[in-house]
Every structure is written in structure tokens, then in C-alpha cells.
Design a binder for this molecule. Structure first.
Ligand SMILES: C[S@@+](CC[C@H](N)C(=O)[O-])C[C@H]1O[C@@H](n2cnc3c(N)ncnc32)[C@H](O)[C@@H]1O
Length: 283
């Protein structure tokens, strides 16, 4: 919809609270360069989409359309469609959106979550899976979600989960790489791992209140050290999208070598990933 046809965004009162993590100068992380390989990044783990769709289902109502902000390749939205929901996906990346459009029979909009092409108070329910850690300014996303939701409408947010402590040896090596990257002066723009409490504070700053907060949920998948090394080499992680030069040489290359040097490197290990909470926000 052209911008002129939209209701003005200025009707939303700006939040009196400011957070350092919400700097408007930090860009969102478009997954444009990950699109082709995105659906393969967990190897044999379609269990992920099933699990997350099952978690979302009780929070959504089939009689109202759902808007999935940051839909990616539409994998979750597709599972919801299969369960009888009418879902429209929104994503910043043209390649991700094109894959989603094929999957969702064109119910996809190429747009920034900061500027959604929907009218004020026009939606009953929104969801986002693994979005809040990749947007440059989460308060702007929450403000925009609040704008398009009807009073009493719901925004169900599933933030990415952090690996469990004492997890598998592959996770330990990759977490150590991520720690080194975040400590090395060159910021990983657009990536910020937030706790549930921090996400709630940001949502409340935008005028939401938490209707319900559900527990973390994890799914299992199997991956060998060699497959994990190949995934790192191919940058199939948001944390690697903008790493190059010195950091790649001193942090990422040794990580690849550590993975390849694990015992029985072709033997799949059981790994876990998931969501840190289910956050149901009421507008
Ligand atoms: C980690 S992926 C999650 C995709 C999907 N929800 C899933 O669970 O597989 C994050 C997605 O958010 C998109 N994204 C990042 N910033 C965005 C923004 N400001 N507006 C819309 N989409 C955005 C990325 O392009 C990417 O497709």
C-alpha cells in the first residue's frame, strides 16, 4: 500500500524511556545473504518448525488473520497455514521474502518492521519468531506493532533461545566464537541477544503490557562437527554475516579447525536450540 494511503504514525505517543540497546543508528540484520541456505541450517531439523508452530497455536485465533513480522523463508508461517490460520508474512530481505512468497502463495509483503504497510488498528494478531535480536531498534518494532494492532490485539513474540549451559561440544565451541566476536572491537551490528526481561521492558516502553509469559522450549537436531564447520565456513549464522578480515582470520578460522579436530568428526551429535520464552503482549 502506498505510504500516502496509510494513517499517520504520529498518533502513537513516543516512549519516555530510552534504552542504549535501542539506538536508531544500529541497522537491522537483513538475512539477504543467508536466504538460499537458511532452511538447511539445522540439517535434519524440521522438528523446529513443528515445535514452534505448536507453541504459537494456542495464542492465535483462526478467525482472524495473522501477520508474521520477520517471516524469513515463511517456514513457520507455512506450518501455521497448514493448521488452518490465514498468515501474511513480512520481511526486510527480498530473497527471504521471495522464498516465503512461493511457500505462502504470495501472502508476503516486503517491508521493514519499522514501517509496516498496514493501517492503524487494523490487525487482531501479530507474531514474530527470532526477530527481536536482529532488529536495530526493537522499541520501534514494538511501537509499530502497537500502531497496527487493534486495542486488545495480541503480539506473540518468540525470542531466540540461548544454548543451555553445559550443552554439546559443538555449541561450546560456537558459543566461545560468538563471545570472542562480541568482545572484539568490531561490533556485530544488528545482533543483540536480550533476556526475556529486557524484551518485556522494551515492549512496555512502546505501550504494550505482558498478557502472558510462557517457559522456554527447545528442539533437538543432529549435526556432525564437520557439518557444523561447513555451516560456520558458509556463514550460516547471523553472528557471522558481517565478520571479515582480521576477525575472520583470528577467531573464525580457529573455530572451524577446532570443530574439524573433534573426535569422530563425521559422527552426528545431538544438539538443542529453541526459544527462551513465549511473550504474549496485549496492545
Ligand atoms: C532469524 S530470521 C527468523 C526468520 C523466521 N521468523 C524463522 O523463525 O525462521 C530473522 C528474519 O528477520 C528479518 N528482519 C530483520 N530485520 C527486519 C526488519 N527490520 N523488518 C523486517 N524483517 C526483518 C531477516 O531478514 C530475517 O529473515
Amino acid at each position: 500500500m502506498p505510504a500516502a494511503a496509510r494513517d499517520p504514525v504520529e498518533t502513537i505517543a513516543p516512549s519516555p524511556v530510552t534504552f542504549p540497546a535501542a539506538s536508531p543508528t544500529v541497522r537491522s540484520l537483513s538475512f539477504e545473504d543467508l536466504a538460499v541456505d537458511y532452511d538447511a541450517r539445522f540439517g535434519r531439523a524440521s522438528a523446529r518448525e513443528q515445535l514452534l508452530a505448536d507453541i504459537l497455536k494456542p495464542y492465535l485465533h483462526r478467525e482472524h488473520p495473522v501477520i508474521d513480522i520477520g517471516t524469513g523463508t515463511g517456514n513457520l508461517a507455512y506450518q501455521l497455514q497448514a493448521k488452518g490460520f490465514v498468515v501474511t508474512g513480512v520481511d526486510l530481505s527480498p530473497r527471504m521474502a521471495r522464498i516465503a512468497a512461493r511457500r505462502l502463495c504470495s501472502r508476503v509483503v516486503l517491508a521493514d518492521a519499522f514501517d509496516l504497510p498496514f493501517r492503524n488498528a487494523s490487525a487482531a494478531q501479530l507474531c514474530s519468531i527470532w526477530l527481536t535480536h536482529v532488529v536495530g531498534n526493537p522499541v520501534r518494532v514494538f511501537l509499530e506493532a502497537k500502531r497496527v494492532l487493534r486495542p486488545g490485539g495480541r503480539y506473540v513474540v518468540l525470542p531466540v533461545g540461548v544454548p543451555e549451559a553445559g550443552g554439546d561440544e559443538i555449541s561450546d565451541i560456537i558459543e566461545s566464537m560468538n563471545d570472542q566476536l562480541s568482545r572484539s572491537g568490531e561490533a556485530r551490528l544488528g545482533l543483540a541477544w536480550r533476556t526475556t526481561g529486557e524484551n518485556l521492558l522494551l515492549a512496555e516502553a512502546a505501550g504494550f503490557h505482558a498478557a502472558h509469559v510462557g517457559p522456554p522450549a527447545y528442539f533437538s537436531y543432529y549435526q556432525s562437527p564437520m557439518e557444523a564447520a561447513a555451516a560456520v565456513e558458509a556463514r550460516l549464522f547471523g553472528s557471522l554475516l558481517r565478520v571479515c578480515g582480521r576477525e575472520w582470520h583470528s577467531i573464525v578460522e580457529p573455530t572451524i579447525a577446532r570443530l574439524r579436530n573433534l573426535p569422530s568428526p563425521y559422527a552426528p551429535r545431538r544438539r538443542r536450540s529453541g526459544v527462551q520464552a513465549v511473550i504474549e503482549l496485549e496492545a
